[in-house]
Structure formats: structure tokens, C-alpha cells
Write a protein that binds this ligand. Structure first.
Ligand SMILES: *[C@@H]1O[C@H](CO)[C@@H](O)[C@H](O)[C@H]1NC(C)=O
Length: 110
């Protein structure tokens, strides 16, 4: 009986941590008010968020997160932005394969 109790507890704990970070992550995300069409090397980007004008923000944008934790507001419809995003997706996929979904929110490993 004891092992199952432990497993449930751990699962519960994981669920709570996941939900909290998810919600906090969303709340901490400010809207981009303008976008900059300044290209940046894809190696510097570890994560991204899509911003939609329908969801409480004024404009559409792609928010690129740099290694240093800076958020860059870029135009969601530019080709170079799509390239960076698919590069990050690639990294995330590789990370998940290696670490079974753990620690892959924002790719820090290459
Ligand atoms: C944004 O930058 C890219 C790459 O430098 C360029 O090809 C594109 O024309 C620019 N778009 C606008 C709207 O200035």
C-alpha cells in the first residue's frame, strides 16, 4: 500500500507544480505593444511564445526568448521569425527525446 501512496503524492505534487508554473508563466508574460523586425541569430533563442491580438493583447506578435531571458517582440508573419521558431521546435523535440519531457520548457541544452 505504501508505494502507491507515495506515487500518488508525487503525481499530485508534479501536477500542482506544472499548473502553477504554467499559470505564472502566462501572467508574467506582458503583451508586446510594438514589434521589431530586427533579425537575431537563432542560436541565441531558447524559447518563444505566440501572442494573438484576440487574447487580451493589442497586436499579433512572436515573442522570442533569448538565452539571457530577454523577451523580444518580433513580427509573427516574417519568414526569419518562422525559421527561428522551427529551430526552437527542433531543439525542443530533441530535448524531449533525450529527457522524456522533463526540463524541456525552454531549451537550455543542445
Ligand atoms: C524584415 O526583415 C527581413 C530580413 O531582414 C526582410 O526580408 C523583410 O523585408 C523585413 N520586413 C519588413 C516589413 O520590413
Amino acid at each position: 500500500m505504501a508505494p502507491w501512496g507515495d506515487a500518488k503524492l508525487v503525481f499530485c505534487f508534479l501536477l500542482i507544480t506544472c499548473c502553477c508554473t504554467e499559470v505564472l508563466g502566462q501572467m508574467a508574460m506582458d503583451c508586446c505593444l510594438t514589434v521589431k523586425n530586427k533579425t537575431i541569430e537563432q542560436q541565441l533563442i531558447i524559447d518563444y511564445h505566440q501572442q494573438s491580438s484576440g487574447q487580451g493583447c493589442a497586436i499579433d506578435a512572436m515573442i522570442l526568448v533569448t538565452r539571457k531571458g530577454k523577451n523580444l517582440c518580433t513580427p509573427a508573419d516574417e519568414l526569419w521569425v518562422h525559421r527561428v521558431v522551427s529551430h526552437v521546435n527542433q531543439l525542443k523535440k530533441q530535448c524531449k527525446k533525450r529527457f522524456q519531457k522533463l526540463r524541456c520548457k525552454g531549451v537550455k541544452l543542445e
